[in-house]
Design a protein around this ligand. Sequence first.
Ligand code: AMP
Ligand code: MG
Length: 421
Amino acid sequence: MNKTIPVSPCDTAQKQSPWLSVDDAIERMTNAVKKIQGTEVVTIRDALNRVLAKEVVSSINVPPYANSAMDGYAVNASDLPSAGETTLKLVGKSFAGIPFAGEVKSGECVRIMTGAQIANGTDTVIMQEQVEANDDQITIKPGHCKNENVRHIGEDIKDGDTVLSVGQHLTPAELGVLASLGVAEVTVYKQLRVAFFSTGDELRNVDQELEQGQIYDSNRYTLFGMLKNLGVELIDMGIIPDDRQAIENAFIQASQKADAVMTSGGVSVGEADFVKDTLDKLGKVDFWKIAMKPGKPLAFGFVNDAVFFGLPGNPVSVMATYYQFALPTLKTMMGLKATKATVVKVPCKTDLRKAPGRTDFQRGILQSNEKGELVVESIGMQASHVLSGMSKANCFIILPQDWGNVAAGTLVDVQPFRGLM
Ligand code: AMP
Ligand code: MG
C-alpha cells in the first residue's frame, strides 16, 4: 500500500500542470525519427554494440554431434542393470576432438570425456564417480536412465533456425553465438553520428584555470560517456559561448556532420528566445516544458536534416533527460528493437520530499537489506546541480506526477541505471 505524508503548502504551487507528460514526450520523439539508412559488413568483433541489419540463419546444428556432458563411461542403455550390478568391458576412449573410431557392442563401454563425441553403439554416459573401475572392468549399479549426460545434436541451435533477427543489439553473448555457428562477419546498420556541444559563457574546459564566476563544463563528459556506451560515433564540438553567431555556426556545422545534434544549456526560459531565433531559422524545433523533475526545459526537432536534442543545462537534468528521452529516440534511429528500461517496485527506506505536478526522477541507492530483500533509499540532496548525487546513486526512484511527499515504507518504482545503456 502506498502511504503519502502531507504536502507542505509551499510544495503545491505546480499542482495543475499544463506541461507535456514524460510518456507523451517519449512517444512524440520516438515517432518523429526514422531508422538510419545504409548498412555495412563487419567482422563479429567489430560488431560489438552494433545493430544487426540482416537476419542470421544457422547452416549447422549446434552442437554438431551428440557429445558427453560429463567425464565418465559411454554405454548402451540396454546394458544398464535394473537390479543388481553389471560389469562392462572397456574397449577404448573418446576424447574431445578425438572420437572413438569403432563400434561399441553389447557388454562393452568406452571412456569418454566432457565434449567428446558419443561413440557409435552408445547412447548414455555414466559419471566416472558412479562406477567402479578395475583395469578394463567397469561395474555399474542400478538407477541410471537412457540418454543420461548426453547433449543432443542441435539441442542449442538447429540447422535452418533463424538465430538473430534484424534490430538485434549485438552484445558479448551474440558475438559468441555467431562464433558458435562459424559466422565470421555480419551486416549491421551504419553507425549513427552524434555531434554534441555545451553552451554557456560561464563554462571552462577541464584543462583551464577557473576565474571568478566560471565553472567547469561537466555535461560534455557525462554526454561523452553515455553516448560512447551506446556505441555511436562521437563528434565533440567543445564549448560554444552564448553568442548568436557562434551558436548559429555551431548548429550549421553540427547538422552537416551528424545524424543527430545534442546540446546542453541555453533552452530555459530567457535564454530560449536567443537560441530559439537561431533554431527557427535553421529548422523546426519545439521548445517543451516537460512535467518532470529534474529536466523541465527540453527542445526537440530538426536542424537542417539532423535530429536535434536541446537538453537542459543543469548536470543532473542532462543525464535524466538523456536517459528518459534521448536514449530511446537514438535507439530508434540506430534501428534497435524497442525495449523498455527495467522498472522494479521496491519499498523505500527513507521519506522522500515531493510536490505534486511533475514526475520525479529522484536519485536512489538500490541494495539488499539484512534479510536479502531489495530496498531503495534516497541519496539525500536532490537538487539538479548536485552531480555527485548521480555518482552515489545506482537508480532513479520514479515518483508519479500526482504524488506528494512519500513516507518511508512506501512501494516505489525504481529504474536501475544498469538497465539503461
Ligand atoms: P542554462 O540552461 O544554460 O541556463 O543552464 C542551467 C544551469 O546549468 C546553469 O547553472 C549553468 O551554469 C549549468 N550548466 C549549463 N551547462 C553546463 C555544463 N556544460 N556543465 C556544467 N554546468 C552547466
Ligand atoms: Mg547557459
